[in-house]
Write a protein that binds this ligand. Structure first.
Ligand code: G1P
Length: 290
């Protein structure tokens, strides 16, 4: 039985929904309370037992690499001033995981970004975590999916049902429910209209795939939006191998969207030991004025 040890995080998108911020700052580096969004994603992967992570970046995104690198001058300064708690926070990001980076040279879509990981992944099952989707749950979302992979030895997509009017934002799964939270994947459609959508079951940024996806992506033609779509690769993979979708437990935030990002900020602040009490008072106070 193959264990899922590696994960990739595609982080090469332009982040146009956050312009002008994203002119010079990668959207993955946007702060949620006190950590950049991508650190939450790396933490989830590590908590799910992942040992090596490849982050696919692009030009102008070197701040992501810097974030996971050592900062010896800063750390020495914090140490000399006895600021051990802050030093621990700085070290936490440095020591979190074995993180690798690769640049996607052309912006040809998510499927093309995933293909950049072929040499890193080799012939093993692996996970994909999309940076826009942050999931809050005691049991990390990816861990839930890896358990399904371990049981079924087949690719697993993390899904939740979305509102009908939102199906056009996601890859939508067609399949049959086989138990409480599991579906078979018989087909998929990328960002369908309400009329086209076979279900409201949406792929939400978490995948555990067999390496057979790479051969498929090598020949996948541009699809929706002129991009090489991961969804189109998954459709082919599902024809060759069995594939499952798992309705994961947890609150999922679309931090790639302004409202989703604000919700994540507010809710993570309400959970954060350092600020939650005073932030809650503030939220009560301000909502009375609205
Ligand atoms: C991507 C995928 C889509 C998936 C979504 C999840 O779309 O193409 O299938 O449902 O992520 O967030 P994007 O949001 O990058 O346009």
């Amino acid at each position: 039985m193959m264990r899922v040890r590696k994960a990739i995080i595609p982080a090469a998108g332009y982040g146009t929904r956050f312009l002008p911020t994203t002119k010079a700052t990668p959207k993955e580096m946007l702060n949620i309370v006190d950590k950049p969004a991508i650190q939450y994603i790396v933490e989830e992967a590590v908590a799910a037992g992942i040992e090596e992570i490849l982050i696919i970046t692009t030009r102008n995104k070197s701040s992501i690499e810097n974030h996971f690198d050592a900062t010896p001058e800063l750390n020495d300064m914090l140490k000399s001033k006895g600021k051990d708690d802050l030093l621990a926070l700085s070290k936490e990001a440095e020591d979190l995981a074995e993180v690798f980076f690769k640049r996607q040279k052309e912006m040809k879509g998510l499927g093309h970004a995933v293909l950049q990981a072929r040499a890193f992944v080799g012939d093993e099952p692996f996970a994909i975590l999309l940076g826009d989707d942050i999931v809050y749950h005691e049991k990390p979302c990816l861990k839930q999916l890896i358990e399904v992979f371990d049981k079924r030895q087949a690719s697993v997509l993390g899904v939740q049902s979305v509102k009908k009017e939102d199906v056009s934002k996601y890859g939508i799964v067609d399949g049959k429910q086989i138990d409480d939270r599991t579906y078979t994947v018989e087909g998929m459609i990328e960002k369908p209209s309400i009329e086209e959508a076979p279900t409201t079951v949406a792929a939400l940024g978490r995948y555990v795939l067999t390496p057979a996806i790479f051969d498929i992506l090598e020949t996948t033609q541009p699809g929706k939006g002129g991009e090489i779509q991961l969804t189109d690769g998954l459709i082919e993979l599902a024809k060759k191998e069995s594939m499952f979708a798992y309705d994961f437990e947890g609150i999922r935030y679309d931090t790639g969207d302004k409202l989703g990002y604000l919700k994540a900020t507010v809710e993570y602040a309400l959970r954060h030991e350092g600020v939650k009490a005073s932030f809650k008072d503030y939220i009560k106070e301000i909502s009375e004025k609205l």
